[in-house]
Design a protein around this ligand. Sequence first.
Ligand code: DAH
Length: 342
Amino acid sequence: MDLELIIKEIKEKLSNASSLQDLAALKPLYLGKKGAISQLMSNMKNLSIEERKTFGQQVNAIKTEAEDLFKTKEQELNDKLVSEKLAKETIDVTMPGVKFAAGSIHPLSQTIMDLEELYTSMGYEVAEGPELETDEYCFEKLNLPKGHPARDMQDTFYINPEWLLRSQTSPVQVRTMLEKKGKPIQIICPGKTYRRDQDDATHSHQFMQCEGLVLGKNITMADLKGALLEMAKKILGDDKEIRLRPSFFPFTEPSVEVDVSCVKCGGKGCSMCKNSGWIEVLGAGMVNDNVLRMCGYDPKEIQGFAFGIGIERITMLKYGIDDIRNFYSNDIRFLKQFKETK
Ligand code: DAH
């Protein structure tokens, strides 16, 4: 075949090729071992030495040109393929998005988060302890020896005579004191607690508390009142006031019960606060000397306060929830109402 013709033919065929497959079929016809160009080479043996040289050069030039033509076409087809793919994958940013149903923070978790935020900002650390506790840490080292009548205040799930499900978060005080060995302490401890209560609107066999313990030099009841007032304002609103009433807890002396100004009437008196203007929210007091001594502290050197907040109780007051069982029944209609909380 005429050398010029080959290039002409290749150009023609390439211009008609519309896919890489076409190209793959075409290429061996010209550039393959038995293709047109190789065949030209095999014709060389019929030529004189002189002729062979020029002919060889010409064939080589044609071969290079043909290879370039195929390469350019291949690049062109590849580019076309990529742009077609990109066009198909274009994202239409104006299309409406798919809405995922987002969960919400459980109101009890929200209260714990608020307490942690407040108290850590005041320098407290968050401590933890096990839910399965010993009688020694849950009662004895808290000044509640076996047979003490105040044990009746807490009806406890015993696993055996020594092990129980903690009925309060106060054993974390004991654990922390034993660990800190006479050094100052400033902790809160939110966590689950258990009591052998019949579940009803205000009782749950499993509930939560947040314990607080501050030990140091010259800690007074005024510090306790300050720490609790901040808490009442943070959880229930800036307009809240608190008052302390004398009470009894074995682990504190003196002990107080803390009331907050009524969340419903603001203190004027209503059915919720039984016309007193106040609602009881927690127990607290100055840590009893016996507890300090049993946990390795010298009451003459160091003293301080403790408090125990019922998480459910304060959350119910915050949102106006009248049945504690709502927190644990996992009714989506109840939980959805707390979407807007921060
Ligand atoms: N542990 C007490 C309870 O469950 C609450 C409590 C009262 C905790 C006074 C304290 C405290 O730390 O000082 O009833």
